[in-house]
Design a protein around this ligand. Structure first.
Ligand SMILES: Cc1cc2nc3c(=O)[nH]c(=O)nc-3n(C[C@H](O)[C@H](O)[C@H](O)COP(=O)(O)OP(=O)(O)OC[C@H]3O[C@@H](n4cnc5c(N)ncnc54)[C@H](O)[C@@H]3O)c2cc1C
Length: 389
């Protein structure tokens, strides 16, 4: 097993975490990414304690604290009045309770930190402009072929290629992602453009009828990230995300509090994207032979528990631990799937439940007792560094 060579398809947050965790355990890794230039789109991502354990371990606490912003306080507010309905524990409390921070980060900063760490371990590891097409397995290994004509061989192959996973299609056949009826706008606003009076507490979610608006700081507080959710009968755009028309966004949230209006009015037109939210049915098996799935490729989820990236990060760490603990590759992939499939599927399904709850709730009766999030489901208590594999 010391000589094991892992092929990773997709250099998103999941693929890079898996690559780094495997490298740290001493394994040879090759990552194949379809885009010509590595990078992530501008948007924020919440890193809850369950995922923060992994980033601290792989990147070092100092770097994680440098790129991530720890909100000192948080709240769920009434969409129209801005009145605080629920206070959420932030600052040092999550670290004291779970051993790692609840924090928020610009996706590009997290992605760059992971990619640099992987490249520092092995400058030849990441191959760009390599879109995976097909796999073929033999007794001695697994071969991947790419649309650019390239071929690669290894001992195991991990499909980390997101919700439209080509690896998943190769393993389990075509099941097209379905539009969930939910849409999201995501954007970044320079904090300097906003009136400080509107920015308390550090992070806030505004609960409205059939719509929510969340804002939080990234990049050491220089930028405010916002995510605004609503719904549509259909997603008509060809792509899953498109540059947003700001007037449509303003009209959708016209009845929200002045602080929401202020953020929407300040968003630069090239910093706002509109997304159709898609999902796929849960898989009853991830692994076939020498290949398995990780992150959105295995459990694509709606963002209503803010756990998609967190689950991909957890998967990557547990995969590396399963490989280290196993005597051979079949045992490694079995240990990985056994440790992860139930949790990935549970969080994916609970994210749907939370979406239905959020979309049907009456903001006027929301309070601490009726509020549910990933923490109230106990998800922060999981530690991928110590969980049994
Ligand atoms: C509006 C919104 C808000 C969200 N907020 C949060 C949040 O606050 N917290 C959180 O934890 N999660 C959040 N998520 C979810 C999170 O973004 C995803 O779950 C996470 O990015 C999944 O990571 P991944 O690496 O599995 O897949 P991806 O990030 O999709 O990466 C897949 C990679 O594979 C590459 N690829 C695809 N096909 C191929 C191919 N054929 N060959 C080679 N490479 C390929 C892609 O180019 C990409 O680089 C949010 C999602 C949305 C839509």
């Amino acid at each position: 097993m010391r000589d094991l060579h892992a092929l990773i398809i997709g250099a998103g947050i999941g693929g890079l975490t898996a690559a780094l965790a495997l490298q740290r355990s001493g394994y040879r890794v090759s990552v194949y990414e379809q885009v010509a230039r590595l990078g992530e789109i501008g948007a924020g991502v919440t890193i809850t304690p369950n995922a923060c354990h992994v980033l601290n371990h792989l990147l070092g606490t100092e770097l994680v604290e440098h790129i991530c912003h720890v909100p000192q306080s948080g709240a769920v507010k009434h969409y129209r009045t801005g009145e605080t309905l629920v206070d959420t524990d932030r600052g040092d409390l999550p670290r004291q309770k779970y051993g790692a921070n609840y924090c928020q980060v610009h996706r590009a900063d997290l992605h760059a930190a992971l990619a640099s760490a992987v490249a520092a371990n092995d400058p030849e590891c990441i191959h760009v402009d390599a879109a995976f097409m097909a796999l073929a397995e033999s007794d001695s290994g697994i071969a991947a072929s790419f649309t650019n004509g390239q071929q690669a061989t290894g001992d195991i192959l991990i499909g980390c290629d997101g919700i439209r996973s080509e690896v998943r299609r190769n393993l389990w056949g075509a099941d097209e992602p379905r539009f969930t009826g939910y849409i999201a706008w995501r954007g970044l606003v320079p904090t300097a453009k906003l009136d400080a009076a509107y920015l308390h507490p550090d992070s806030a979610a505004f609960a409205g009828p059939g719509r929510t608006f969340t804002r939080y700081k990234v990049r050491r507080g220089e930028l405010y990230n916002f995510v605004a959710f609503s719904s549509r009968q259909q997603w008509e755009a060809e792509s899953w995300s498109e540059r947003a028309a700001i007037p449509e966004l303003l009209a959708e949230f016209v009845d929200f509090a002045p602080e929401v209006q202020a953020i929407l009015q300040a968003v630069p037109a090239d910093q706002c994207f509109k997304w159709g939210l898609f999902d796929r049915p849960p898989l009853t098996q991830w692994t076939k032979g020498r290949a398995t799935l990780l992150g959105d490729a295995s459990h694509p989820m709606t963002p209503f528990l803010a756990q998609g990236a967190a689950m991909a990060i957890e998967d990557g760490m547990v995969l590396a631990r399963a490989v280290s603990a196993a005597a051979d590759w079949p045992e490694a992939l079995t240990r990985y799937e056994n440790a992860r499939r139930e949790r990935g599927t549970f969080v994916m399904l609970q994210s749907h439940v939370n979406a239905r709850r959020i979309y049907s709730r009456d903001p006027d009766s929301l309070n601490r007792n009726s509020h549910r999030n990933a923490e109230s489901l106990g998800l922060y208590e999981y530690n991928p560094l110590t969980v049994s594999v």
